[in-house]
Design a binder for this molecule. Structure first.
Ligand code: C5P
Length: 232
């Protein structure tokens, strides 16, 4: 499994995204496109970035009835993204349907991962509002096991949870982890952060890094530093 750094391209327009990507002359970073950019620019943004030679993680976090998710994934499979995701809360049946929809006629498909519990969900809210009567860690492990049972490739989680997921689901089960900051950087609104080096030690397969790269004075240098620390 190849370890890589994925840049979260949280820009609101195609132009801002292309201006950012134009800074990279010698490398083609793996990029994450989220809801904001996808909803504002539509599927053409995916085609354009693919045409430029980047790998894409399309982070749309699907969560609906299995049949709707299956049909939507079938549409997304035609965009030739390299990775996409669903909410594990949609159940094993929904995740199986997603996998089925995503798999092309020739048997190939993008990597499919599941969101366990969003890092913005606290244990208190999960218990009081969602009436999930378990610890947040037990829920994350259970959701990861459900994703594995459905045949998915891995989960999105905090780097601090990656070890726990690997212990319970096996080394081959992928962990894609946001919440990464340089040791000398600003954490911003992220609470549970680790450095690229620590994420590597814990066992993340991919780190998703946004502002430490996109808001850096020299984004290319920041990207290279991330790769050096994480991939080594
Ligand atoms: O700028 P920053 O490095 O905080 O960006 C992290 C990216 O990962 C953002 O696109 C954010 O939405 C995403 N993400 C996250 N925490 C999660 C899931 C996704 O920070 N639990």
């Amino acid at each position: 499994m190849g370890k890589d750094v994925i840049i979260a391209c949280d820009f609101s327009s195609a132009q801002d995204t292309f201006d950012f990507l134009d800074k990279f002359k010698d490398e083609k970073p793996f990029v994450k496109i989220g809801m904001e950019l996808y909803y504002s620019e539509g599927p053409s943004i995916v085609r354009e970035i693919k045409k430029r030679g980047h790998k894409i993680f399309l982070d749309l976090k699907l969560h609906d009835i299995p049949n709707t998710v299956k049909k939507s994934m079938k549409v997304l499979s035609k965009l030739n993204v390299d990775m996409t995701n669903v909410h594990a809360a949609g159940t094993v049946e929904m995740m199986k349907a997603a996998l089925e929809g995503l798999t092309r006629e020739d048997g190939t498909r993008p990597i499919l991962i599941a969101v366990t519990q969003l890092t913005s969900t606290s244990e208190e809210r999960m218990q009081n509002e969602l009436l999930i009567n378990a610890s947040i860690n037990d829920t994350i492990v259970k959701y990861a096991k459900n994703a594995k049972e459905a045949g998915l490739d891995g989960v999105v989680c905090s780097p601090l949870e990656a070890g726990m997921v690997k212990d319970n689901c096996g080394k081959e089960f992928m962990t894609v982890t946001p919440g990464v900051r340089f040791a000398d950087g600003d954490a911003g609104d992220q609470v549970r952060v680790t450095t690229p080096e620590t994420a590597k030690k814990i066992g993340s397969d991919y780190i998703v890094v946004g502002r430490p790269i996109t808001a850096a004075d020299d984004p290319v240098a920041a990207y290279r530093r991330c790769v050096a620390e994480f991939v080594g």
